[in-house]
Design a protein around this ligand. Structure first.
Ligand code: NAD
Length: 499
């Protein structure tokens, strides 16, 4: 069996705690790998390595940092397939989807290659007689990143390229369910010339996470995961005096007006609900159909959903892979099985599904629930599986009210040909990312990603300008140089009244 070790100070570090976790291939149900779980002492070692590297990395020139990042970009590009294969083997998503994840992560490395522009300060000359004021941004120190299972390469790449480009050093605690991709990302960074200790990978569970949250050597924490854990991480790390951004779960709604192109809306709903088996924080999990859109839309969704091929992620014919664990599969199935008793109409039931030759895989088929009551568990909870809920509303206003009543506010989309309705929706809907005829509006690297309400705890979204602001702190320098023509200075205990 393969063992995944920590990556500390530029070298593989065997687990010393004696604790390990199992990593399973979701397509076969077999345990293929064990991953070291860090103890408090190993958290200390990783933070110490990052602190030691910080002294020189924080003062390295922007030209040195960007030279490393450009080489890193080329190496990642050359290793796309290898990274994607590791993701498929441990997460289960199909290879093409894993390649897409790597591509979106690469986009943030490309953003970081341009950090020279993002870190330009501001200067005002002659704000008062012979006084200039400059605003500069400086790195924070050691930053910790804690990431979820569903994007084992992309979500870490939302964080560390920007953090290190800004001059910080980084300790990544990836998900223990699919830890291998993160180690490859760190190895490639070293090959690109990143000094040892700038990027460290520490594996583990709650013990490792809490060790990082409480560690006095960690200045800031970026977290992405489920809402209950995000809320806890934010509370604990801010209480320890750290800067924190904690992105949580979601229930993303797609509003479909009767004038929409219903074929395009159905294509979008099926792709966004069932892609990656629904294990995406930007998955569409609720469609709100307005008026006459409902019946023809559901008909079109069913037609398309029936044609999806489910199978191992490594098979190029597969469009959707298995779920991450058997326990998660059973939990997802429970929502579908309980839906009818709570008032929903079960249009497609994917709970009784397996793939021939892979009977122990974590399989589940596509499920579609219609007329789902807002009080039911299937609507209220983030299911994080291939289950799409359809709700009905009589008017646009009723639909927006329904969406805004959700405690989540990650992404949302409207499908319509009515520009006025789309414009109102952009302004009225309470979510951080909005799509107009775009079902998964994940912002490009130079805009920032983040939700509202229970989908994000903290003030900064990730990457883009918010990422640069999160990983730096501002300093303002006010300067006066004596001029040879100056009159001699004198004591003045008051505020200057003349400028
Ligand atoms: P999770 O919250 O279970 O785990 C996330 C990370 O937290 C992992 O590294 C895990 O080891 C750690 N962790 C888990 N329990 C912990 C505890 N009690 N104390 C301290 N650390 C703990 O999330 P997951 O199941 O890995 O990922 C799926 C979730 O992530 C979904 O809710 C999804 O919506 C969310 N997600 C959100 C975004 C976003 O951008 N908002 C992006 C991707 C995933």
């Amino acid at each position: 069996m393969k063992t995944v070790n920590h990556w500390i100070g530029g070298a593989s570090a065997e687990g010393a705690s004696g604790r390990y976790g199992d990593v399973t291939d979701p397509a076969t149900g077999e345990v293929t790998t064990r991953v070291a779980f860090a103890s408090a002492a190993e958290v200390d070692a990783a933070v110490a390595a990052a602190r030691a590297a910080y002294t020189t990395w924080a003062t390295s020139s922007l030209a040195q940092r960007t030279a490393v990042l450009f080489r890193y970009r080329a190496l990642l590009d050359a290793h796309r397939d290898e990274i994607a294969a590791l993701i498929t083997a441990e997460h289960g998503k199909v290879h093409s989807d894993a390649l897409g994840e790597v591509a979106r992560g690469l986009e943030i490395v490309e953003l970081a290659c341009g950090i020279t522009t993002a870190l330009k300060g501001e200067l005002s000359t002659q704000v008062a007689s012979r006084v200039d004021v400059a605003s500069i941004r400086q790195p924070l120190g050691v930053v910790a990143g804690i990431t979820p299972f569903n994007f084992p390469a992309m979500v870490p790449m939302w964080m560390f390229p920007v953090a290190i480009a800004c001059g910080n050093t980084f300790v990544l605690k990836p998900s223990e369910r699919d830890p291998s991709a993160s180690v490859l990302l760190a190895r490639l960074a070293q090959e690109a010339g990143l000094p040892d200790g700038v990027l460290n990978v520490l594996h583990g569970d709650r013990e490792a996470v809490e060790g990082l949250l409480d560690h006095p050597g960690v200045a800031a924490v970026s977290f992405v995961g489920s809402t209950p854990i995000a809320r806890r991480i934010h509370a604990r790390a801010t209480a320890a005096g750290k800067r924190v951004q904690a992105l949580g779960g979601a229930k993303n709604h797609m509003l479909v007006l009767p004038d929409a192109d219903l074929d395009a809306a159905a294509d979008a709903a099926v792709s966004a609900a069932y892609g990656s088996a629904g294990e995406r924080c930007m998955a569409i999990s609720a469609v709100v159909a307005v008026g006459s859109a409902g019946d023809p839309l559901v008909e079109r969704i069913v037609e398309r959903a029936r044609k999806i091929t489910i199978g191992p992620g490594s098979d190029p014919a597969s469009e959707m892979g298995p779920l991450i664990t058997a326990a998660h599969r059973d939990k997802v199935a429970g929502y579908v099985r309980g839906a009818a008793a709570q008032g929903a109409e079960v249009v497609l039931d994917g709970t009784d599904f397996t793939v021939e030759g892979y009977e122990n895989g974590h399989w589940i088929g596509l499920s579609l629930l219609d007329h789902v009551p807002t009080g039911s568990d299937a609507y209220r909870d983030e299911i994080f599986g291939p289950v799409l809920c359809v709700l009905r509303a009589d008017t646009y206003e009723e639909a927006v009210e329904l969406i805004n009543a959700s405690p989540y506010g990650n992404g949302t989309a409207i499908f319509t040909r009515d520009g006025g309705a789309a414009r109102r929706f952009q302004l009225e809907v309470e979510a951080g990312m909005v799509g107009v005829n775009v079902p998964i509006p994940v912002p490009v690297g130079y805009h920032s990603f983040g939700g509202w309400k229970d989908s994000l705890f903290g003030d900064h979204h990730v990457y883009g300008n918010d990422g640069v602001h999160f990983y730096t702190r501002g300093k303002v320098v006010t300067t006066r140089w004596p001029d040879p023509a100056d009159a001699p200075s004198g004591v003045d205990l008051g505020f200057p009244s003349e400028r």
